[in-house]
Design a protein around this ligand. Structure first.
Ligand SMILES: C[S@@+](CC[C@H](N)C(=O)[O-])C[C@H]1O[C@@H](n2cnc3c(N)ncnc32)[C@H](O)[C@@H]1O
Length: 200
């Protein structure tokens, strides 16, 4: 199992804030592309990925949307259809189904709750998972040892917030995928490829 945490300061925290203009909706387009890079292969959905989306935009930050889509069973009963065309619709429905005080399973394998960035990071670190920060200034990922069940943390178009970064750097190792600055979704795709090649 591999996990990604995508943190966005601007992504909205209520369903009504997602309109047809995804870029104007707190850059939810970046989250959509990150979902696609996390789960979609040619003619196949990855079953070894868990994606955490942390949305810290208006009006009620911070929301944790966790995606580990079920792929077995009957569509509409045991699982929902995950298509590339309407990822924003799924995220919108998840935000609408937020219920205070609980981690609500909106569809099989899709949860929403209120949780902040460091809470989630510390929770995963306490499960003995090795955490990596995706950072252009980090160590070359090709030279880094990566154990099973790694967690990779990445930021939005503004990067990771510096206040959180300082605390994060105490428990996570910064790694780079190369000399350019890539889109968040491209970064996920490169990491997936690196893990696939290593059989992790
Ligand atoms: C579009 S980039 C953010 C650019 C932003 N201007 C910044 O200064 O961080 C989105 C995210 O992709 C990841 N990323 C982009 N290029 C990377 C690289 N070469 N190595 C590792 N991570 C990278 C980082 O996690 C970054 O927060």
């Amino acid at each position: 199992m591999r996990e990604f945490i995508y943190y966005s300061r601007t992504a909205p925290t209520a369903g009504r804030y997602i309109t047809e203009d995804l870029q104007a909706s707190g850059r939810i387009d970046i989250a959509v592309h990150s979902v696609i890079a996390s789960f979609f292969l040619s003619h196949k959905i990855r079953t070894d990925v868990r994606l955490h989306l942390l949305f810290a935009g208006p009006p009620e930050p911070v929301k944790h949307l966790e995606l580990f889509p079920k792929t077995d069973g009957k569509t509409g009963v045991d699982k929902i259809y995950l298509g590339k065309k309407d990822v924003s619709g799924i995220l919108r429905k998840m935000l609408f189904k937020y219920k205070p005080g609980i981690k609500n399973e909106v569809f099989p394998g899709y949860w929403i709750e209120k949780k902040n960035f460091m809470q989630l990071v510390e929770e995963l670190s306490n499960q003995d998972k090795k955490l990596f920060i995706l950072d252009p200034d980090g160590e070359d990922i090709r030279k880094v040892e990566i154990p099973d069940n790694p967690v990779f943390i990445l930021g939005d178009h503004k990067g990771l917030p510096s206040k959180e970064y300082k605390r994060l750097a105490k428990i996570a190792t910064p790694v780079t995928i190369g000399p350019k600055t890539y889109f968040a979704s491209q970064t996920i795709a490169v990491v997936q490829n690196e893990l696939d090649r290593r059989g992790i």
